[in-house]
Design a protein around this ligand. Structure first.
Ligand code: FAQ
Length: 310
């Protein structure tokens, strides 16, 4: 046991990866399952806000782009559930926990998409925040998760670019289109900052996850990085970020920004956001509607195995 633990500690200290067959502390395994499951659920629930706009896309080109993006999110979810399975988690159980409200998914997907500009702003800000958070996770200490992140980040970059390009197009359009973009930015800005999680002094998991090199930066560090990255992009776009306190601080070499309403994050995480009930109801209905597919696939696998054994 001491040797196994020593091997685990040395692997982490040398910046090498922990692999599924390696010994790991129970707390490490539980933390990884928690984070990967929440991440997978976020990708799957995250299909809904934009998915609602597939049938209302303004052109065939926009529809094809949006379809591809939402399909990518499904792929990320499945990929991440597979990573959780390498830790011994059961995919069906994780889904049950999600639809029974026993496991979390990202707060951001509990806000409504009111117009097509929201699709662009989700790509720009939400995928932008996701990239900021996930690029360092490509160096996360758990091998299957780190490797999944590499592929996922490549696709998220495409998602971010499609959102920004959509907004650039709208900003070159009519006054009404520009107003739609500004309105969407006003609604999504603060929730995007909340995606990075509670402030460091109220984040129960950060210290341990940093020691295990699961997380490489704290929530506040990544939030600051996102703000610094996004301010010049907003200027190119010609939109105003809805924060009168947002300004460059030459001494810190970063942008200062206004206070985040942490009570809103708490409310949304605890199930009381604008769309929580709707999102979970839709996921539950999709799961029930898909029961026959799972049964048919299992029956097919049983028959194929029986044929192979003959
Ligand atoms: N929403 O101690 P910490 C995407 C929970 S991107 C809900 O700081 P930790 C792509 C946290 O889980 C979105 N819950 O926790 C996409 C913990 O709960 P627990 C998904 C939140 O883990 C784009 C408690 O609060 N990305 O899907 C949130 O060290 C567009 C205390 O917090 C990931 O999951 C929140 N915003 O840090 C798809 C990235 N923040 O279980 C479609 C991987 C915190 O202890 C369209 N995850 N909580 O009760 C992470 O990097 C981390 O888990 C954090 C939280 C940074 C999210």
């Amino acid at each position: 046991m001491a040797d196994l633990e020593g091997h685990f500690d040395r692997t982490i200290a040398r910046d090498q990866r922990i692999e599924p067959r390696d010994w790991m502390p129970d707390g490490y395994r539980a933390t990884m399952v928690r984070q990967i499951a929440q991440h997978a659920h976020s990708e799957i629930i995250g299909m809904q806000p934009e998915g609602e706009w597939i049938t209302r896309a303004p052109s065939l080109r926009r529809k094809a782009i949006l379809l591809a993006k939402v399909q990518d999110e499904a792929g990320h979810g499945l990929y991440l559930y597979s990573a959780a399975e390498t830790l011994g988690a059961d995919r069906a159980e994780l889904t049950d926990k999600l639809i029974e409200g026993r496991q979390k998914y990202s707060s951001i997907f509990n806000y409504p998409t009111l117009g097509y500009a929201d699709v662009g702003v989700i790509g720009w800000l939400v995928d932008g925040a996701a990239i900021c958070n996930q690029v360092p996770l490509c160096r996360s200490s758990y091998g299957p998760y780190a490797r999944a992140m590499i592929r996922i980040c490549k696709e998220e970059s495409f998602h971010q670019r499609q959102g920004y390009e959509l907004l650039l197009t709208m900003m070159k359009g009519t006054a009404d289109q520009r107003a739609m973009v500004q309105d969407a930015v006003d609604r999504w800005w603060w929730p995007s900052l909340m995606m990075f999680g509670p402030p460091d002094d109220a984040s129960p998991n950060t210290a341990r996850s940093m020691a295990w090199k699961i997380k490489r930066h704290t929530n506040d560090e990544l939030r600051q990085r996102f703000v610094d990255m996004t301010v010049p992009q907003a200027a190119v776009l010609g939109v105003t970020l809805p924060d009168p306190e947002l300004r460059w601080n030459p001494e810190r070499g970063h942008h200062d920004f206004g206070a985040i309403d942490w009570s809103e994050l708490q409310r949304v995480i605890s199930g009381d956001g604008p769309c929580n009930a709707e999102r979970l109801a839709r996921r539950r209905a999709a799961h029930e509607d898909g029961a026959w597919v799972r049964e048919a696939a299992a029956a097919h696998a049983r028959k194929a195995a029986a044929r192979a054994a003959r």
